[in-house]
Design a protein around this ligand. Structure first.
Ligand SMILES: NC(=O)c1ccc[n+]([C@@H]2O[C@H](COP(=O)([O-])OP(=O)(O)OC[C@H]3O[C@@H](n4cnc5c(N)ncnc54)[C@H](OP(=O)(O)O)[C@@H]3O)[C@@H](O)[C@H]2O)c1
Length: 337
C-alpha cells in the first residue's frame, strides 16, 4: 500500500483544489490547505490554515514542516515565489496551464516548445496576463526547487461542477429536449477540436505523479477529438433526441456570438484564425507515459447531467440564454431561406 503522505495544498477551496484535497484524504493521506476561505469552504477533513497570501508572514505556520508533497494552484507570481522559497517539501507540483505556451497554431506539440515571456515580478496580475503569470510562476518554482518540481499543464478542465460552464453547457442543454437545440456546425477552414480533461482524472494524476516524484513539465490534457464528436458524446450522455438547428460557425462574428466561454457564447468553439489551429490539439503522449488515466468524455457528460443544475433557459456562466438561442434560430431560418 502507498504510504500515508503529508500533503499541503496551496488553495483547496476552489473547484480543482477541493477535488485534489478530497481525493488525497480518501486515499488516506493527511491534507493541509492554505486559503482565505473566500472562493469556497475548506473541504471537510483537511487541516485548514486560513491566511491571505498577500499578507507578510502568511507561510510561517507551514514552514516548520517538511511536506511530502505540495500542490500549488496559484496564478499569481507574487504568491508562487515566496511560497516555494519558504516551504520545504520532498515533491512539488505546480498546477500550470497550456496557456503558458507562446504559440497555439501547430497541432500536436509537446512540452518542449517556447513559453510566453514570464510576467515581471513587479507587475500586477490581471486575467489578460494569465499565461504570462503562469509562465512566471513556473520559472520561480523551477528556480527555487533546482528543477525538482512537476509543472502540470492542463488544457481545458471539465466535469461536474465546472464553474466556468464550458464543459457543462452542451450536455445540460441537450438533456432538455423540450425545444429545438442550436448546435454549432463546423464550416471553418480548420478542424474545430475539443480537448477536455476531467477534473477528477486530473486531480488523481496530480497526486500520483507528484507522490512518485516526477519532475519536468507535462501537458495534462484530454483526448483531442473533433467538435462534432464531442457534441455526439453530449447527445449520447443526454439520451435525448431533440430537434437540432445547425448553426454555421462562420455566422458568429456577424451575429455577435462569442466563441469559447462567457455569456452569449458557443462554449468549446474556438475563435477563427490559423493562430488557434493547434488549440485543443496538444500532445498527450508525455502524460499517458506518466500514467494519466482518463474516463471517456461521454462519462464526464453523464456525470455533469446527474450532478449539475438542469438547464432551464437561465443565462449560465457560459452559453446561450433561452432568448439568445431562440433569436439565433430565427436568424438562422431567415439566413437559410
Ligand atoms: N479551468 C481550466 O480549464 C483550467 C485550465 C488550465 C489550468 N487551470 C488551473 O487549474 C487550477 C484551478 O484551481 P481551482 O479550481 O482550485 O480554483 P482557483 O480559483 O484557480 O484556486 C485558487 C485558490 O487560491 C486561493 N487564493 C486565491 N487568492 C488567495 C489569497 N490572496 N490568499 C490565499 N489563498 C488565495 C483560493 O482560495 P480563497 O479564495 O478561499 O482564498 C483558491 O483556493 C488553477 O491553477 C488554474 O490556473 C485551469
Amino acid at each position: 500500500m502507498e504510504h500515508m503522505a503529508n500533503i499541503l495544498v496551496l488553495g483547496g477551496t476552489g473547484w480543482l483544489g477541493r477535488i485534489v484535497a478530497e481525493k488525497a484524504l480518501s486515499a488516506g493521506h493527511c491534507v493541509t490547505a492554505l486559503a482565505r476561505g473566500q472562493t469556497g469552504d475548506f473541504p471537510a477533513g483537511v487541516s485548514a490554515v486560513v491566511g491571505d497570501r498577500d499578507a507578510p508572514g502568511v507561510y510561517a505556520p507551514l514552514a516548520g514542516t517538511r511536506w511530502d508533497l505540495v500542490v500549488e494552484l496559484t496564478r499569481i507570481p507574487a504568491h508562487a515565489g515566496p511560497a516555494v522559497q519558504t516551504i520545504q517539501a520532498e515533491d512539488w507540483v505546480f498546477v500550470s496551464s497550456c496557456s503558458v505556451y507562446a504559440n497555439h497554431s501547430v497541432p500536436g506539440e509537446g512540452e518542449e516548445v517556447a513559453l510566453l515571456e514570464p510576467l515581471d515580478s513587479s507587475a500586477d496580475y490581471t486575467t489578460e496576463l494569465y499565461g504570462e503569470a503562469k509562465s512566471a510562476c513556473e520559472k520561480l518554482t523551477v528556480q527555487a526547487r533546482g528543477g525538482r518540481a512537476l509543472m502540470v499543464r492542463p488544457g481545458l478542465i471539465g466535469g461536474p461542477g465546472d464553474p466556468s460552464g464550458r464543459s457543462t453547457y452542451w450536455p445540460l442543454r441537450l438533456a432538455d429536449a423540450r425545444e429545438p437545440v442550436l448546435l454549432p456546425q463546423d464550416d471553418g477552414d480548420y478542424r474545430q477540436s475539443v480537448q477536455i480533461i476531467d477534473a477528477r482524472d486530473l486531480a488523481a494524476f496530480i497526486l500520483t505523479a507528484g507522490l512518485a516524484g516526477r519532475t519536468g513539465a507535462v501537458n495534462a490534457v484530454g483526448a483531442s477529438i473533433p467538435l462534432d464528436e464531442a457534441l455526439l458524446a453530449a447527445q449520447a450522455a443526454a439520451g435525448t433526441e431533440p430537434a437540432l438547428v445547425r448553426y454555421p460557425l462562420s455566422r458568429m462574428a456577424d451575429d455577435g456570438v462569442a466563441p469559447w466561454s462567457g455569456p452569449r457564447s458557443l462554449p468549446l468553439v474556438l475563435p477563427p484564425g490559423p493562430e488557434h489551429a493547434g488549440f485543443a490539439r496538444r500532445s498527450d503522449a508525455m502524460a499517458l507515459s506518466l500514467g494519466l488515466e482518463r474516463r471517456s468524455l461521454e462519462e464526464s457528460f453523464r456525470d455533469i447531467i446527474a450532478f449539475d443544475e438542469p438547464w432551464d433557459g437561465r443565462q449560465l456562466a457560459s452559453g446561450l440564454s433561452a432568448p439568445d438561442e431562440a433569436a439565433l434560430m430565427r436568424l438562422q431560418v431567415g439566413w437559410k431561406a
